[in-house]
Design a protein. Structure first.
Length: 101
């Protein structure tokens, strides 16, 4: 036996079907529109941290390699036994930056 459909049930079924059909049509239109235009609609959003990292990397790439001569000087002084560590200066820097033992 087929159960009768009440009027408020029928309107709910109709709304669901129309909504589903409209959503399917809108998706098809979007696909056709993107395909017809020959372009994609994807977007990428970078976090502030990623943008800051990119700025830092650009600055590093643009900076000259001026420290190479300093590194070579320190290497030769260490190899010759002429390099002396300023322990008090090092301790002061570590203290100022909040590094604790």
């Amino acid at each position: 036996m087929v159960q009768p459909i009440r009027p408020h049930d029928a309107s709910g079924i109709y709304r669901r079907q129309v909504t589903s059909a409209e959503a399917a049509e809108a998706a098809a239109d979007a696909r056709r529109g993107a395909h017809a235009a020959g372009r994609r609609t994807d977007q990428v959003t970078l976090s502030e941290g990623a943008r800051e990292f990119a700025r830092i990397m650009d600055a590093v790439k643009e900076s000259p390699d001026a420290r190479a001569s300093r590194v070579e000087d320190l290497k030769s002084r260490i190899a010759n036994g002429q390099y002396e560590v300023d322990y008090f200066g090092l301790a002061s820097l570590l203290h100022d930056r909040g590094v604790s033992p």
